[in-house]
Design a binder for this molecule. Structure first.
Ligand code: TEU
Length: 544
């Protein structure tokens, strides 16, 4: 018997943009409850909630000020308990976002920590200025600039890998680990079925020595996937997670396959699976802000490495930090619908647990904003500010920020063709994409050929096939535009052929058509633009 978290599909909800129930323009927990039937109808069996905890929202909830309280914008603890109960009625498990590398600077621990000599001082990482008055070290953070901010109250600097409002916890302090265990138990007892673990491979800072000179994230070699980090993961697993029927998926920054194996192969008893980023970076250089040409074969190479390198993968094409996949690797103009379906074909025919991000299932696209002032994302604003200091012209700054901004994924869910796309009766916290009259859930619910219906079919296809869930992965063909691969189990083979281009293409493979995004039922080796075909063949058929 395989564990349920390998069988099921996960649906990620970004609460503030999913469904508003009280007209304040902000999605909320009662809104999520009202949409559980749609999540179920998609075929998802696990719901991952991005943070709903108390937070001043400097980073939209990834800066937590109380791990045991609900952000009043989203509702109450009673609402949260109702969400667990309503999800359970529909056989949907709920996993929470565990953000433990840092807290908010407004967390009680940090406020107390600012007092030198307080028992909370060592909950965070404090250092005085260097003797020459310089910063404690040369590290730079994920949102650019130094990782050190001076706290006037104690006259010392605190370390933050992300925003200054997200001070890092000190994992050399056993009290911190004890607190984290308490938080995990609290949510598992309430009914959580596991955790998505935010930036979980950077917890343990081995030393605070200067880092090697680097263009970005200088100093990372002192804290990425350190042995101390592995020990913490094993301890959390042994002392907490192993006592529950639950799973973890770690968000791990900058890991390659070898490093990932150490973090999530089953015998290591650390994470159950992890999110890597390589597959979303094949058309980017160094940083996500610098594009390069997409080639299908490069994407296939990345998947081949990961599919064969790990015994189980977390599969995702979108989340709240990434541009919409149909705008990124698809074609959100002429071939919007077909390319959105092609990407669904890709995701559900790989080996692993698939994660669908809200709106992905209806092919939502990147935002249509025209200027930086329309953006909310702290990362986008920080990077724009930095580029401004470097005298980069406004037009170019916007071009770079717009294609990579995290707000691309954060525009409100497009439910209907009515005002505010049915997301809210009030003014949404972030403007709705102007294409909601054309792209919305309600319209696709009624259309048998919609992207939404195709997602449902792909999810059902995966659910019904041991080969698609557990079969071996083998790459077959990778070219500039086309990729093909095979999944095989017990003499049964699925061949997946994908044309990532607006040109016709050729790829000769045999088998019976199981599904295609063009409605074709016979495959003769010729692909239409953005066509995706899944073929099936048994050993007997191959011999015949
Ligand atoms: O993201 C971590 C992370 O790696 C991102 O900051 C990434 O570098 C960036 O988004 C790529 O554009 C997690 C959360 O998913 C993100 O929303 C938080 O801002 C971040 O951690 C800090 O908690």
């Amino acid at each position: 018997m395989q564990p349920w978290w390998k069988e099921r599909v996960v649906y990620q909800v970004y609460p503030r943009s999913f469904q508003d129930s009280n007209g304040d323009g902000m999605g909320d927990i009662p809104g999520i409850i009202a949409r559980l039937d749609q999540i179920k109808a998609l075929g998802a069996g696990i719901l991952w909630l991005s943070p709903v905890y108390a937070s001043p929202d400097a980073d939209n909830g990834y800066d937590i000020s109380d791990y045991r309280a609900i952000n009043p914008k989203f509702g109450t603890m009673a609402d949260m308990e109702r969400l667990f109960a309503e999800a359970e009625k529909r056989d949907i498990k709920v996993i929470m976002d565990l953000v433990i590398n840092h807290t908010s600077d407004e967390h009680e621990w940090f406020q107390k920590s600012r007092e030198p000599g307080s028992p909370y001082r060592d909950y965070y990482i404090w250092r005085p200025a260097r003797v020459d008055g310089g910063l404690p070290n040369n590290w730079t953070g994920f949102f650019m600039g130094s990782v050190w901010t001076l706290d006037p109250k104690s006259g010392e600097y605190y370390l933050h890998l992300f925003d200054r409002k997200q001070p890092d916890l000190n994992y050399h302090n056993p009290k911190v680990i004890k607190e984290v265990k308490g938080i995990m138990r609290f949510w598992l007892e309430k009914g959580a079925a596991g955790f998505r673990c935010d930036v979980i491979n950077v917890l343990y800072k081995t030393t605070l020595d200067d880092g090697r000179k680097s263009l970005a994230i200088q100093g990372i070699e002192h804290y990425k996937s350190q042995e101390g980090n592995h020990e913490i993961l094993r301890e959390l697993r042994r002392d907490v997670l192993d006592c529950y029927d639950c799973f973890t998926v770690g968000e791990t920054v900058m890991v390659g396959v070898e490093e990932a194996r150490l973090l999530c192969e089953p015998e290591r008893r650390e994470l159950d699976m992890l999110f890597y980023f390589n597959h979303l970076e094949v058309d980017r250089r160094v940083s996500k802000y610098v594009p390069k040409k997409f080639k299908a074969k490069n994407l296939l190479n990345v998947f081949s490495q990961w599919q064969r390198g790990l015994s189980w993968n977390a599969l995702y094409l979108e989340n709240h930090d990434q541009p919409r996949i149909v705008s990124h690797y698809g074609n959100d103009k002429q071939y919007w619908e077909r390319s959105a379906k092609l990407l669904a074909t890709l995701e559900f025919t790989l080996r692993g647990t698939p994660f669908v991000y809200q709106g992905q299932e209806i092919g939502m696209t990147n935002f249509d904003y025209t200027q930086i002032s329309q953006l909310n994302d702290v990362e986008s604003r920080n990077i724009d500010g930095l580029m401004k200091k470097l005298h980069i012209p406004a037009k170019l700054r916007w071009k770079w920020v717009a294609q990579a901004s995290r707000d691309n994924a954060r525009t409100p869910m497009q439910w209907t063709a009515e005002a505010n796309a049915g997301f809210s009766a009030g003014e949404p916290w972030l403007p709705v994409n102007g294409n909601y009259r054309r792209i919305n859930y309600e319209a696709q619910e009624k259309d048998v050929n919609s992207v939404l219906q195709y997602y449902r079919r792909m999810i059902a296809l995966r659910a019904g096939s041991e080969t698609l869930k557990y079969g071996e992965f083998k790459p077959l063909l990778g070219s500039r535009r086309v990729m093909a691969y095979e999944r095989a189990l017990d003499g049964e083979r699925y061949r997946v052929i994908l044309n990532f281009s607006s040109h016709a293409a050729k790829a000769a493979f045999g088998g019976t058509v199981v599904i295609s995004n063009t409605g074709r039922t016979i495959y003769d080796g010729r692909l239409e633009p953005w066509e995706a075909v899944v073929l099936k063949q048994t050993n007997e058929e191959a011999k015949a």
